[in-house]
Ligand binder design. Structure first.
Ligand code: HPA
Ligand code: ZN
Length: 337
């Protein structure tokens, strides 16, 4: 039996893989560009959307870093975050652990404080307005060198009580997790949680390195782990959360048809998969659309949806009591249907 859209949107859920810069909708890009006098190489919102045809990760990243140039002030980052949380709330999202890329902003001359102060303000505002809680994860850009991530970790020092974890994103191929072994060790010593993009385009060995060398608490994506049966078994045995992003995988040609997406297979194998939007303004859907379109394409049933929602809480960095409350809310939602 197919699951209703109302069930999918209504079930309480958390989002664990969301790049806040990737939630910049073309309309906001244009209005901020105008306000901040930053040129955008497009004439209209329609032209921007038409440019979002990517054949791989790098194609997307080139446009995504360009889009981020319109973000100039704390207020811009606050507005960006609030717009995202409004969408999350509309999709039944009650908690999010959002990524931001400090180097994307500091490398174009913004002080470290601008992005983080604005995002923290947006996160507080969202909690007041929508009751949505959130945590912040700072990602290092893996196409840059490890010295740059060390500088970023140092710049983050005054904010470490408001940063939950560190992650690793950007161009995966040719930039293995081992390139960042020292900075992740330093981050771990500071009590930060560890996540890393691995196995999106990169080979299963990068997932292995993320586990062995970075000692991650979650794997972001992880699709290509499926090519290695022993690795899958290890991920299952460890109860390792994978933050899977189906519409992202489709747009970046990790899969060529959503019907070929491995989400159902991951759940059948006992992998702790979650469903997320990655960069929703670029990939054609927020978290609710990711659940709905994937459910229709690969035949997720009601139990699968409940599993994904529960995994999003048990895989989160919330404290035990909060996780317990969210799981009880999922059970009450299901019982009331
Ligand atoms: N992969 C790697 N880096 C990213 C992504 C992604 O999907 N989105 C934003 N930065
Ligand atoms: Zn991502």
């Amino acid at each position: 039996m197919s699951v209703s859209q109302a069930f999918i949107r209504g079930i309480p859920k958390a989002e664990l893989h969301l790049h806040i810069e990737g939630s910049l909708e073309p309309e906001l890009m244009f209005s901020l560009g105008k306000q901040n006098k930053v040129d955008i190489p497009f004439k209209s919102v329609e032209e921007v959307r038409a440019a979002y045809a990517f054949s791989n990760l790098q194609d997307f990243l080139d446009i995504y870093y360009q889009g981020a140039n319109v973000l100039q002030t704390e207020q811009d980052f606050q507005a960006l975050a609030l717009a995202y949380f409004e969408r999350l709330h509309a999709d039944g999202g009650v908690h999010a652990e959002i990524f931001f890329d400090p180097e994307t902003h500091t490398d174009r001359g913004l002080p470290f404080s601008v992005a983080i102060e604005g995002l923290l303000a947006g996160m507080s505002e969202a909690q007041m307005k929508y009751g949505v809680t959130s945590k912040l994860i700072m990602c290092f850009l893996r196409h840059l060198d490890e010295e740059s991530s060390f500088r970023t970790l140092k710049a983050a020092e005054p904010y470490l009580d408001r940063i939950t974890g560190v992650g690793l994103d950007s161009s995966e191929k040719g930039h293995p997790p081992s390139k960042f072994a020292r900075v992740f060790k330093a981050a771990k010593e500071r009590g930060l949680k560890i996540v890393a993009h691995a196995g999106e385009e990169g080979p299963p060995e990068y997932v292995q390195e993320a586990l062995d060398i970075l000692q991650v608490d979650r794997i972001d994506h992880g699709n290509r782990a499926l090519e290695d049966a022993a690795l899958v078994q290890r991920l299952v045995n460890d109860g390792m959360t994978l933050t899977v992003c189906p519409l992202s995988n489709l747009k970046l040609c990790v899969v060529h048809d959503l019907k070929d997406h491995p989400m159902k297979r991951m759940l059948q194998l006992g992998l702790k998969a979650t469903c997320n939007s990655d960069d929703p303004a670029y990939f054609g859907g927020y978290v609710g659309d990711n659940y709905i379109r994937t459910a229709a394409a690969v035949g997720l049933d009601r139990n699968d949806i409940v599993t994904l929602a529960k995994n999003s809480f048990t895989g989160s960095f919330l404290d035990k009591a909060s996780i317990g409350r969210h799981l009880a809310a999922v059970d009450s939602f299901v019982a009331a249907i």
